[in-house]
Design a protein around this ligand. Sequence first.
Ligand SMILES: [Zn+2]
Ligand SMILES: [Zn+2]
Length: 343
Amino acid sequence: MLAVCKVQEGEGGISVEERDPRDPGPGEILIKVAAAGICGTDMQIYYWAPRMARRMELPRVLGHEACGYVEKIGDGVMNVAVGDYVSLESHVYCGTCRPCRLGKAHLCTKTTYPGVSFDGGFAEYVTVPSQIAWINPVDLPIEVAAMMEPFGIAVHTSLAGAGVAGRTVLVNGCGPIGLMNVASARALGATRIIACDINPLRLATAEKMGADRAVNATEEDLQSIVQDMTGGDGIDVAIEYSGTETGFNACFEALAKGGDFRLVGAPPTSIPVDFTHWVVKCPEMQNIHGRRIWDSWQVASELVSTGAVDLGPIHSHSLPIKDGPSGFELIREGKALKPLIVP
Ligand SMILES: [Zn+2]
Ligand SMILES: [Zn+2]
């Protein structure tokens, strides 16, 4: 079968290779991949960021945001059956470490990831532990099913702290998950949503996803817009996706006293924080990593299957495996939102 692989260290090094599917061992399933999304983590692998390089052996079939049909099951698999239509949680959790036992499997100390620690879903078939399969309704479009994993992060973020219902929300950074967060915040009852980015395609999509105001940070003053739209109070919930020092500071400045600061996009290097300002403003801090397993999935599934959220506008390209590497280039050039590899 064909597979999109990282074959070389350093920037780039993505190519299409011939690989054999692997028969499922005990507790594993073989999935015929229907669609798989290229995401920010894949771009970090593309750029060979140190935090990815440390965990990876090459060559590696990439792809951790996948959906498809269960083709074969290994011994002892009880949670899914052949023919089931599933999306994959990307955190393979151990179930026995302290966070796992305390109901925080997303913080498992032994997490491994398809497409990083073992071969992933940018291929015709992928073999994974059955524990990470979430069964979808049969009529869920494959383009949506392939985006359930990142959408789960947006749902987790919307539900963190005191949630978003009846509150004003700033989403800073409108990559695919930021855009999904605009939609989940809207569906879960946010009153006013401000989305901020510097890319016109992302800003136009933010409006489609339900933002009341899309702010281009290179042309407009975010802080005065926040003040205007909140009667001078500041925003109740500031959600940071940009992963930049500027974005981190903009979220802090936009916040109302005692508001929620939700950090999703971690800056790649440390940044200075003035804790005197922090203590005076007293934000509640929520750090978001992955999805609550399976709480975020339950709500995400409900939102898309009832039509409360339409993820359609975020899907920008469908590429056959042989053209998979071009998806990385499209993201690099800022021309794609969420490209999907569709075998
Ligand atoms: Zn991802
Ligand atoms: Zn664990």
